[in-house]
Ligand binder design. Structure first.
Ligand SMILES: [Zn+2]
Length: 382
């Protein structure tokens, strides 16, 4: 099929298969590995776009489900599309709404045709099918759009996972057939199959048999243990074509990202950096910390001495501690700037290591530190 994006691999790590690449889209080029900050409601929580650009973001993710409910995809189309509506000139990816709809649980009913659900705010009834999801995402107009898939929660039985996977495949066929803007929007297919390797293999075979511009792994980080996430990512990534972009949906922590890059993933997104920032939680090279802790009251050093973000350049832990205690909006903003920059910088550093031919050394130096931090994750309440 014709494609609106071009993907070029610049370097591949011979030890791991990790790739440095670029994705040229109608709104500019994304250098990968790339962390995509999440702008759920066409806005990054607590941040304005000059902050986001200064953090080095080259692409952001927005949620078709939320935009469909509010302000409505027709309104966005009448504004000239999402780029114009939100005044963001760089690439945008929208997810299909599948993940959000399936998270609703008791408010939704899935059939082979699509999903009936109720708006979690107003209670109004809605129906989204694969064709309607394409209509919504075509109206919104992101550079990369996602197929409408069924994501099962974890744990799922083999039978449940298989039914959802088969439905995802049938729906992909409809998405591909009804996607009306192939000249300027790239449709990515999503591999499902929960924690079952044979299902993941079957799903990868079917999904990649559609000649799409890119592919994604969905249905991970939905409640399973870290070792399970790693097992599936390691298993499924090599099943995706080397010459196409690979996107791991909804990942993750600094360790999750490093591990995904090692497996050969190019793109990832996570709502965590802005979400945890609202509660005063920030990434550091020594692990995640809560800036609200009293020990930071008189700490006049930066959040992280190795960080080059605006917050770390100009502000101290003591100031952030004060802002979060006083519930000033600036506290969440400065923490979000730091967290988003932190993950973008991690992806950039990995990219540089791949280009320099020393990714293995980079990975082996960083992995023990990040794994240790991940073990501590549960203990660090935000
Ligand atoms: Zn910083």
């Amino acid at each position: 099929m014709s494609t609106s994006i071009t993907f070029e691999r610049e370097a591949v790590c011979p030890w791991s298969g990790a790739r440095a690449a670029s994705i040229a889209t109608p709104h500019g080029t994304v250098r990968t590995p790339a962390f995509m900050p999440v702008a759920t409601n066409a806005s990054l929580r607590s941040m304005n776009f000059t902050d986001v650009i200064e953090c080095g973001a080259e692409i952001i993710l927005s949620n078709a489900y939320h935009l469909y409910l509010r302000p409505g995809h027709e309104l966005i189309a009448s504004a000239g599309g999402l780029h114009k509506f939100m005044s963001w000139k760089m690439p945008i990816l929208t997810d299909s709404g599948g993940f959000q709809v399936f998270s609703l649980d008791e408010f939704r009913r899935i059939t082979d045709d699509g999903v009936h659900f109720r708006d979690h705010r107003s209670g109004r009834a809605h129906f989204i099918s694969p064709a309607i999801s394409m209509e919504i995402q075509n109206a919104i107009g992101a550079d990369i759009i996602m197929a409408f898939d069924e994501c099962v929660k974890n744990p799922a039985t083999y039978g449940e996972a298989e039914v959802a996977m088969k439905r995802t495949h049938r729906w992909l066929e409809i998405c591909e057939a009804t996607h009306s803007r192939k000249n300027d929007q790239a449709l990515f297919g999503i591999i499902q199959g929960s924690m079952f390797e044979d299902l993941r293999r079957r799903s990868a075979e079917v999904v990649t048999s559609f000649d799409l511009p890119g592919y994604a792994i969905g249905g991970v980080a939905v409640g399973e243990a870290r070792s399970e996430i790693e097992r599936i990512v390691k298993f499924a990534t090599p099943l995706m074509p080397e010459q196409k972009p690979r996107y791991l949906m909804g990942i993750g922590t600094p360790w999750d990202i490093l591990y995904a890059i090692r497996c050969g993933i190019d793109m990832f997104d996570c709502v965590a950096p802005t979400m945890i920032a609202r509660h005063g939680s920030v990434f550091t090279s020594k692990g995640r910390i809560s800036i609200r802790k009293s020990s930071f009251r008189t700490d006049f050093g930066p959040i992280d001495e190795t960080c080059d973000c605006f917050t770390c350049k100009f502000h101290s832990r003591a100031y952030l501690h004060h802002l979060t205690k006083a519930q000033e909006y600036a506290g969440a903003t400065l923490a979000a700037i730091h967290n988003v920059r932190y993950l973008i910088r991690e992806a950039n550093n990995a990219r540089q290591a791949i280009l320099d031919g020393n990714f293995r050394e980079y990975f082996e130096r960083l992995a023990p530190i990040l794994i240790q931090q991940n073990e501590d994750r549960a203990l660090l309440q935000h």
